[in-house]
Design a protein around this ligand. Structure first.
Ligand code: UD1
Length: 450
């Protein structure tokens, strides 16, 4: 297993090109299965989840080739109708194959994905949606077995106890595009990635009204075609580099971004004290505001256009080094605070109170060996390590590899002191300065006596 070895304290400077969006690309790859000809996707990031989806397509007997950011998917020999546990457990987004399988093959069996490190992640809304379209289902030995005699358009209500679902909206949208008659999805998710899928389907020949709203009306068509499509920039990667700039007191120009997809995050960063200048339509210059103090924040995540839950760990890392008391509430994943325990090991002062994190900002963090529990936690710890004093190791970075393209190389190009190495590197905590322990003891004795 690899880890990042980081020496903190260098302000990041320069230009970074943001990659195509992983979360937009994954459902688009599955939507390509609905077309009668090949689909070509451009601006595709080369990272582990995309490679896992390519393996899944291969399992379905569909060829996908990725070269220089261009992916060609030819569904002509698509002939498999089940997804095994091993693929499902590797990546929850494998669930996106369910919609096209049930639509094109009239039957599908997928292993249920289960929970993960960011909390409970059920699939009840996906199943509710498919049932509304006339799919019969049974759950057996950890699998969902589904079949139908022709999808029929219907009213589909996708409101869950935690709000709308991105995955369920995408899945039902793909099936409804080829169902007989009109479907209306109520409480649809409105995330830019959902909008992009809907726009791709329209380009393939689907008839969808209400794109960008929470009610989608779909008039089923007989067939869809393959198309050529450019994937939107990754708004979460853009947020990561924006935080990387301000947390290190740097000055970074992000290119290939779509600022319209991240207005809530940009608002939060400006409230914090960041200066963010638009440079044309697709570039942002991000740095700390001149003579502007860093301010603690009280924020909560929410469905789009709210602050994305995936940016919450990154913003939490920034608030950990922002003097004052901040509060961060995650309404999507109420327990998504594993990164906070690791930040505390670097000297942060955070405590979880129900679905919120209370952060008592410190003036600086200290380098330490920490462990990524999931993708965005890994990114947040890397940012914290870049801002910390001394050296850190961020372990289990295979989580980071899932969703970032050449993360360490992009950071290093901005001046970060970050190296990827095998995990048996020396623990920075092993360099013990016994005299500092003695001094600290003496100070605390004096304080106790006083
Ligand atoms: C997608 C993103 C993920 C992001 C999340 C929320 C991808 C590949 N992943 O995940 O990065 O964090 O959106 O923006 O795009 N829920 C149910 N029942 C369901 C489905 C979801 O209760 O059937 C709940 C979930 O537990 C969660 C909330 O609804 O609390 C939102 O989940 P959802 O939008 O479905 O997330 P994903 O599509 O899995």
């Amino acid at each position: 297993m690899d880890m990042y070895s980081i020496v903190g304290g260098t302000p990041l400077r320069g230009t970074v090109k943001i990659s195509g969006s992983k979360n937009a690309c994954l459902p688009l790859m599955c939507a390509a299965l609905l077309g009668e000809g090949p689909t070509v996707l451009e601006n595709v990031p080369d990272l582990r989840d995309i490679r896992s989806m390519m393996l899944l397509l291969e399992h379905l007997n569909v060829r996908a080739i990725l070269k220089n950011g261009r992916m060609i998917i030819d569904p002509v020999s698509f002939d498999t109708d089940w997804v095994p546990y091993d693929m499902m457990r590797r990546m929850r987004a494998s669930m996106y194959a369910f919609g096209p399988m049930i639509t094109m093959r009239r039957r599908a069996a997928v292993s249920k994905p289960g929970g993960c490190n960011i909390g409970n992640r059920p699939i009840d809304l996906h199943l509710r949606g498919f049932r509304s379209l006339g799919v019969q289902m049974v759950e057996r030995q950890g699998y969902v077995h589904a079949r139908h005699e022709g999808l029929k358009g219907a009213e589909v209500n996708l409101l869950g106890s935690n709000g709308p679902s991105v995955g369920a909206t995408c899945n039902v949208l793909m099936a409804a595009a080829l169902a007989k008659g009109r479907s209306v999805i109520q409480h649809a998710a409105r995330e830019p990635e959902v909008q992009e899928l809907a726009n791709l389907l329209v380009a393939m020949g689907a008839r969808i009204d209400g794109i960008g709203s929470s009610t989608l009306a779909i008039d089923g068509v007989e067939r869809l075609n393959g198309v050529k499509w450019r994937v939107q920039p990754d708004r979460i990667e853009a947020a990561t580099f924006a935080v990387a700039s301000v947390i290190t007191d740097g000055d970074v120009l992000l290119t290939n971004v779509d600022p319209t997809t991240m207005t809530a995050t940009l608002w939060a960063l400006r409230e914090w004290g960041a200066e963010i200048d638009h440079q044309g339509e697709d570039a942002l210059r991000v740095r700390r505001g001149k003579d502007c103090p860093m301010r603690p924040l009280e924020i909560e995540t929410g469905p789009y256009p709210g602050i994305a839950t995936d940016t919450q760990p990154l913003i939490s890392a920034l608030l950990a080094v922002t003097p004052g008391v901040s509060k961060v509430r995650d309404t999507i994943y109420r327990d998504r605070f594993m990164h906070a325990l690791e930040l505390n090991r670097m000297g942060a002062k955070t405590t979880q109170e129900d679905d919120s994190l209370s952060i008592n900002g410190v003036s600086s963090l200290e380098g330490a060996a920490v462990m990524a529990s999931d993708l965005r936690a890994g990114a947040a710890l890397t940012l914290a390590a870049l801002a910390a004093e001394g050296s850190s190791q961020v372990r289990r970075i295979y989580h980071v590899d899932r969703g970032y393209e050449r993360f360490d190389q992009k950071l290093a190009a901005l001046g970060a002191r970050i190296v990827r190495t095998a995990e048996e590197f020396q623990d920075p905590g092993a360099e013990i300065d016994w005299s500092s322990v003695e001094q600290a003891e003496q100070v605390s004795e004096v304080e106790t006596r006083a």
